[in-house]
Structures are given as structure tokens and as C-alpha cells.
Design a protein around this ligand. Structure first.
Ligand code: GAF
Length: 390
């Protein structure tokens, strides 16, 4: 478990003062996430169900009114980077600074008055682990600027602007899930989100009370969304929607999936993508109703089904993620699946509390036997969304 954001706020503020010569106006935190179910559905206007991790990006920030944006990160070697807010150009920056600078750009592009800032960031969200470290960076900066410039934007609006920063400024074609999770999740709950209109419902998700645990297994295979495979899946889904004459794959009813697949004829790849998205939306709805009826253990097989669909139809898994799922299930887990975009990153495992040591050991041994890097395993309990901590 990482140190709480409230506990690190003091040292982040001190470092800010060393760097910039005065105490920050405030300190904010925004979490990473795991997604319980609903993968690659968000850019198809579908359903997702993430929850926030205790790991956060923490930002000490002061407002400036001279058009200068100064950025520093505790997690990246290098000096303070200084930029002019009116000279920010999409896709001109390939460094980490593109995430916070992209948020400033997106706010200004949307007509909000943001006249500069000094920012020092420190994050405990593992980077490249499929746990939304980038979204946490974006959302924490968006929230700080929202407060400091009195913009009055709601969580979902900050999520939309952060997504725009990532899509246009950074150049990664991601959906809206990660930013909304970071901005809107709540302690002890998973967020059932309709990505079409961002309507949401907080679903109580307290596994400990029922004698269960949710493990995150970071395979330590790094992934990145600006690389081509994510974008190819997204375009394939858009092609499927166009061929079927719908706005988004969300509009293909589950009951009409077979007929839709037939209409796609010999478009084999598009058929697989469509099948994943339509069945995955149905799985999210099934998980919501199981959780709401108190049948939590029964979500396990749905998670495993979701993994098979991501592996075989959507083809975004990798040998390490498959090995976590196979090994965890073979050693008694209730369910397991990859989480996030895939191509590396993390898997989640739902297990009885008493089975956690056996499952963890089995996964570690299987990784060693396969010659894979030692995975990082930790327990995830739904934590708070973005907030001011100081
Ligand atoms: C990544 C993206 F950022 C999300 O928008 C989502 O598409 C996810 O992959 C897959 O569900 O995390």
C-alpha cells in the first residue's frame, strides 16, 4: 500500500518551496484506477466500471498571472521546465510535461482563463502499468487550476478536458474512462459509468466485509497508448459501427449480436472487435446487477469471460497477462482478468481472503518458471477520487 496522499502532501509542498522560493497555494491529489469490467468499451460509447486506487498523483501548485507555466516532477530527472501558456502547440512535446501542459492548453482552448502556474508533481501511481498514471497527472492539474482560477467546473467536465488534452495535445486516442475514474470515483465504491453521457452510479464494493480481496498484478511489461495498436482497435470499432449503420457499437443490442455479425460477412477482424465490445457491455451490466443483488462471488466467472474476449477477440492481452489469469484461476481465484488497455500492464484477481497467499505464490512461481520479470502484486481497496489535500 502506498503512503497516503495526505501524508505526502507536506513533503511535496516543501519541495515546491525549495524549487520556486515560496509555499504553494495548495496541494491536490488524483488517483490511478483499476477497471473491474468494461474494457475498450469507452470509445464505443459503452459501459465501464472502474474504481480508484490509493495511489495518486500529488501536485503542489501556485497560480501565476504572467503567462508562464513552470513544471517539475519528483519522478523524472531534470530541471524545472518553463513554457509560455500562449505558445503551447499540440503534439510538440514528447516529454512527461505534455500531460500537465496539455491540460492548460485544453482549458484555454475551451475559453477558460488560465494565466500560468508553478507546478511540482510527485506520483505513486506506477507508470506504464495500465493503472492510469497519465490520467492522474492530467486530472490533478485540472483540479488544481479549476480551484485556483475559480473555473467552477465539475468532475466530469475536468475529465472531458483532461481527455482532450491527451487526445489532441499528447496525441493518444484514449477514451474517457480513466480521467472520469480519477475525477469521480468514491471511497468504497466502483463507478458504473455510461461513457455516452457520463451518467454514473456509485456501486458499493467492499470486498473485505465479505471475506474477499482484489489483487492487482503488475506484470511490469510496459505499455503505451500513443503506440499504434490501441488506435488500430479504435478505428476497427469505428469501421464496425459504420458498416452496421450505428453511431457507436454501444447501439448494437446484445440480443441482435448474431444478426449484426452475419451482416459483417467476411470482415473477420471487425467481427471479432464488434463481438468483444457488444458482449463486454453486457458483462458490465451483468456485474452491476450481481453486485447490486449482493451476489459478489458470482462476478468471478464474468471477469474470466471478459479476459477470454480481450485475449481471443480483441487481441490486446499478452503472455504475461494470460499467465496471471490462468495461474490465479487454477490456484483457486474466484475470477481474474487483464485490466486497462492491455499489451502489458496489470491484471486483477478476485479471491477469497484465505486464498491470497497461495495465489500470490503460484503467480510468482509461474512467472519465474516462464522467465518473466517478477510481478508486483498488491491489494486494491476502492479509494477516494480527486481532491484538495492541503
Ligand atoms: C486505456 C484508455 F485510456 C481508456 O480510455 C480505455 O479505453 C482502456 O484503455 C481500455 O478499456 O486505459
Amino acid at each position: 500500500m502506498s503512503e497516503s496522499s495526505e501524508a505526502v502532501a507536506g513533503s511535496v509542498a516543501e519541495r515546491f518551496e525549495e524549487l520556486y522560493g515560496a509555499a504553494p497555494d495548495g496541494v491536490w491529489a488524483a488517483p490511478g484506477r483499476v477497471n473491474l469490467i468494461g474494457e475498450h468499451t469507452d470509445y464505443n460509447d459503452g459501459f465501464v466500471m472502474p474504481f480508484a486506487l490509493p495511489h495518486t498523483a500529488v501536485a503542489a501548485v501556485s497560480r501565476r498571472d504572467d503567462g508562464i507555466l513552470r513544471l517539475h516532477s519528483a519522478d523524472v530527472d531534470g530541471p524545472v521546465v518553463e513554457l509560455a501558456v500562449d505558445a503551447l502547440v499540440p503534439q510538440s512535446d514528447k516529454r512527461w510535461t505534455a500531460y500537465p501542459a496539455g491540460v492548460v492548453w485544453a482549458l484555454r482552448e475551451a475559453g477558460h482563463t488560465v494565466t500560468g502556474a508553478d507546478v511540482h508533481l510527485a506520483s505513486t501511481v506506477p507508470a506504464g502499468a495500465g493503472l492510469s498514471s497519465s490520467a492522474a497527472l492530467e486530472v490533478v492539474v485540472a483540479l488544481a487550476l479549476n480551484d485556483l482560477f475559480g473555473l467552477g467546473l465539475r468532475g466530469w467536465q475536468l475529465a472531458r478536458l483532461s481527455q482532450r488534452a491527451e487526445n489532441v495535445y499528447v496525441g493518444a486516442p484514449v477514451g474517457i474512462m480513466d480521467q472520469t475514474a480519477s475525477a469521480c470515483c468514491g471511497t468504497g465504491h466502483a463507478l458504473f459509468l455510461d461513457t455516452r453521457d457520463l451518467s454514473q452510479r456509485q456501486i458499493p464494493f467492499d470486498l473485505a466485509a465479505e471475506g474477499m480481496r482484489l489483487l492487482v498484478v503488475d506484470t511490469r511489461v510496459k505499455h503505451s497508448h500513443s503506440e499504434g495498436e490501441y488506435g488500430k482497435r479504435r478505428s476497427g470499432c469505428e469501421k464496425g459501427a459504420a458498416l452496421l449503420g450505428v453511431d457507436a457499437l454501444r447501439d448494437v443490442p446484445y440480443a441482435e449480436l448474431d444478426a449484426a455479425l452475419q451482416r459483417l460477412g467476411d470482415e473477420e477482424e471487425v467481427r471479432r472487435l464488434v463481438r468483444h465490445v457488444v458482449t463486454e457491455d453486457e458483462r458490465v451490466e451483468r456485474v452491476v446487477s450481481l453486485l447490486e443483488s449482493g451476489d459478489t462471488r458470482a462476478i468471478g466467472p464474468v471477469l474470466v469471460e471478459g479476459h477470454a474476449s480481450l485475449r481471443d477477440d480483441f487481441r490486446v492481452s499478452c503472455p504475461e497477462l494470460d499467465l496471471v489469469v490462468e495461474t490465479a484461476v487454477a490456484s483457486g481465484a474466484l475470477g481474474a482478468r487483464m485490466t486497462g488497455g492491455g499489451f502489458g500492464g496489470s491484471a486483477i484477481v478476485l479471491a477469497e481472503e484465505t486464498d491470497v497467499p497461495t495465489i500470490t505464490k503460484a503467480v510468482e512461481e509461474a512467472f519465474a518458471a516462464a522467465g518473466f520479470k517478477t510481478p508486483r502484486v498488491f491489494e486494491a481497496v476502492p479509494a477516494a477520487g480527486a481532491r484538495r489535500v492541503r
